[in-house]
Design a binder for this molecule. Structure first.
Ligand code: PRX
Length: 662
């Protein structure tokens, strides 16, 4: 309680200052909001016929310091994509300042704390603007400026949202790391981007847990983060933390007393807005880079259309800001559109499995956006937790992050949507910045397990994996690719453009390859099948199998390992690890626990294997490659159709793997 009071005190609003400085900011207009499926079809056709005209029209609705000279300059060979070249802007002026005269008093961020009894916090657009300005000034006072990287390792508290926006305001590049990653994973990300500052909290409340976030940052620093000049510590629970006089600064001490206005850094459209690390099929996670102009235009446009947001609605996305969904659809998209965006500190099952529905009823939520893994987990707890809550304000409910199975879709539709609320199943990725394939809430036809049609401006293609040719006509299936740039496509992977090229632009020359397989039905609706590379999606969290293997292999007694995904009722996919241990080492539960602990240490709890099978050897091709196809089948219990194993270097390994299945 006391902590919240401290927090509110430094957000005190100074109306005169704010008004005088921003009265010249023109009234906001919004991108086109489509109102019927027929209109969608017309707009889609128009957006494809002349993408530049279409996106310029959307971009014109924002506040620019200088208009662009050229709408789009691109090739998918280097690759190089530049939208709104020569234009300059600041995304936070579009999220905040331009709303002040029209909706200054409207709630921008509605914060629902972990404990149901604790008071909610409502930050109006004016208060949020003031708070962002104060933190911007504090960051500048700490020597942070345009182009510097700032890493976040924080719980879902308003200070996270405020400080991320403050980075954007001064042109610093934010790199938010999900606060469930380990110290090692945090240090890797801090070092990859040479972050000058880490912003963290003391502790993180999640359900009944109280996690010592600052300790993890201390451990990361101890591992070696030479670029870090300061650690800014937000006092969340107020419990004691270790203090490093050289580095650590209290957030409130730096922020309180800072002026309530702060001139926004004028950014080029293609200046970097943020880095967000995500896993791929090889090597360590890569920093996906998004830039200011295109990301702004696309997140606002997609938010407005998919959720059919109307002024006054209360919108809630349950994601964490540590993931792209939180960036695009808790923060930027909604704030750009002047929405009220709910931010939730807790977890779906605390104090019990009705929490989501209680929050929906309490705040009269109109649009609700969550992940299939949460839907399945809540479905498993029983209908009594959802039935009986007043969900009558819901107008659109959304799903994101992984394929939604039919059972979960039907349950969501019947028990949350009460059979009347449209579901939007939104397919997209960290790299796409915004939703790519999705129904528009209430306008588009919907079909369980189908994401639907591409958004305007999005030119999808299915590619035959053998011929490399585009499959035209319907129905069809193939590798899911995109033929033409959309404004929020990733621009590069931080510090390694070649990796961006080889990962996304070489599988199908001339196209962006998503890593997913998909099919189109007779009506052209898309259904995502899942990843076709060595990426697994565990509870909506994206992990590379190689990344988990590397962590397992860190254990001194492990000789080799192979990790695959297998179907899991709640998580979508579980992690199955085949492990070879050194001769004479007793392979049993103690070693299993040590391996799990190793993965927690190297990556974090989200990556810990669900099943570990000790094996003598792994089935390999004659060139020494592990036959993952077979391991995936065995882990899925599908040992009847393993295909031809005679070409293996060691076909006998298959039998022993099957015999030892856990
Ligand atoms: O496999 C797809 C799956 O999640 C991957 C992207 O993960 P990430 O970058 O972490 O972003 C998740 C949030 C946008 C995709 O390659 N995925 C995402 N949404 C869906 C999905 N699979 C099926 N249906 C979806 N709606």
């Amino acid at each position: 309680m006391i902590i919240r009071r401290i927090w509110i005190s430094h957000l005190t609003y100074h109306p005169i200052l704010a008004y005088n400085q921003y009265q010249d900011m023109s009234e906001p207009s919004l991108p086109l909001q489509i109102t019927s499926f027929q209109e969608y079809q017309q707009v889609y056709d128009r957006s494809i016929a002349d993408p530049e005209a279409f996106w310029a029209e959307q971009a014109e609705t924002f506040h620019w310091h200088k208009p662009w000279d050229r709408v789009l300059d691109w090739n998918f060979t280097d690759p190089r994509v530049e939208w709104f070249q020569g234009g300059s802007l600041n995304i936070t002026e579009n999220c905040l300042d331009r709303h002040l005269t029209t909706r200054g008093d409207q709630t921008a961020i509605l914060f629902e704390p972990n404990e149901p009894g604790d008071p909610e916090v409502k930050l109006s657009y004016t208060e949020l603007h003031t708070a962002v300005c104060r933190v911007s000034n504090a960051l500048r006072a700490l020597g942070i400026g345009k182009g510097d990287r700032v890493c976040f390792y924080m719980p879902m508290v308003p200070e996270l949202a405020v400080s991320v926006l403050a980075c954007a305001r001064i042109g610093a590049i934010h790199s938010v790391v999900f606060a469930g990653f380990s110290a090692q994973a945090l240090a890797d990300r801090v070092n990859d981007a040479d972050c000058a500052l880490i912003i963290c909290s003391d502790y993180n409340r999640r359900g009944a847990k109280n996690i010592a976030v600052k300790d993890v940052v201390d451990d990361a620093i101890a591992l070696g983060c030479p670029s870090v000049r300061h650690v800014l510590v937000h006092r969340n629970t107020g419990e004691a933390v270790k203090w490093n006089e050289n580095l650590d600064r209290w957030y409130h001490e730096e922020v309180d007393g800072q002026p309530a206005s702060c001139a926004a850094e004028v950014m080029q459209a293609e200046d970097v807005l943020f880095i967000l690390y995500t896993s791929g099929s090889t090597g360590k996670p890569k920093g996906v880079v998004h830039t200011c102009g295109g990301y702004m235009v696309y997140t606002a446009f997609s938010f407005l259309n998919v959720f059919q947001y109307q002024p006054g609605d209360v919108y809630w996305c349950t994601a964490d800001i540590g993931w792209i969904t939180g960036h695009s659809y808790i923060l930027y998209g909604p704030l750009l559109c002047g929405a009220t965006t709910l931010m939730f500190e807790g977890v779906p099952t605390y104090p019990d499995a009705s929490r989501f529905w209680q929050v929906c009823a309490k705040h009269k939520v109109n649009q609700f956006y969550t992940a299939p893994t949460a839907i399945r987990a809540l479905m498993a707890r029983g209908n009594r937790f959802v039935d009986g809550h007043d969900l009558s304000d819901l107008k659109v409910i959304g799903s994101v992050g992984e394929p939604i199975n039919e059972e979960a879709w039907e349950w969501y539709h019947e028990h949350v949507g009460k059979g009347r609320v449209p579901i939007v199943d939104t397919w997209w990725q960290t790299e796409t910045g915004g939703m790519m394939i999705s129904g528009l809430g209430g306008l588009s036809p919907q079909k369980a397990t189908f994401a639907g049609y591409p958004l305007p401006g999005v030119q999808m293609a299915l590619i035959d994996k053998n011929s490399g040719e585009e499959v035209s006509g319907n129905p069809a299936s193939g590798l899911l690719c995109v033929k033409f740039p959309w404004p929020s496509i990733l621009r590069t992977t931080w510090g390694d453009h070649e990796r961006c090229r080889t990962t996304y632009f070489t599988t199908v020359p001339g196209m962006y390859f998503t890593g997913d397989g998909a099919r189109r039905d007779a009506d052209g609706m898309y259904r995502i099948i899942g990843r076709v590379d060595d990426v697994i999606n565990v509870s909506g969290h994206r992990l590379g199998t190689a990344e988990v293997e590397n962590a397992i292999n860190e254990h001194a007694q492990v000789v080799e390992s192979a990790v695959v995904g297998y179907p899991h009722d709640i998580k979508g996919q579980g992690i199955y690890a085949y492990v070879i241990v050194a001769d004479g080492v007793p392979a049993g539960d103690t070693l299993r626990e040590e391996i799990v602990a190793m993965v927690r240490q190297e990556i974090g709890p989200i990556a810990k294997p669900d099943k570990i099978q000790f094996v003598d050897e792994l089935p390999k091709t004659r060139s020494g490659k592990i036959m993952r196809r077979i391991l995936r089948k065995v882990a899925s219990g599908d040992t009847g159709a393993l295909g031809d194993t005679s070409t293996l270097l060691n076909p006998e390994a298959v039998e022993s793997v099957i015999a030892g299945v856990v």
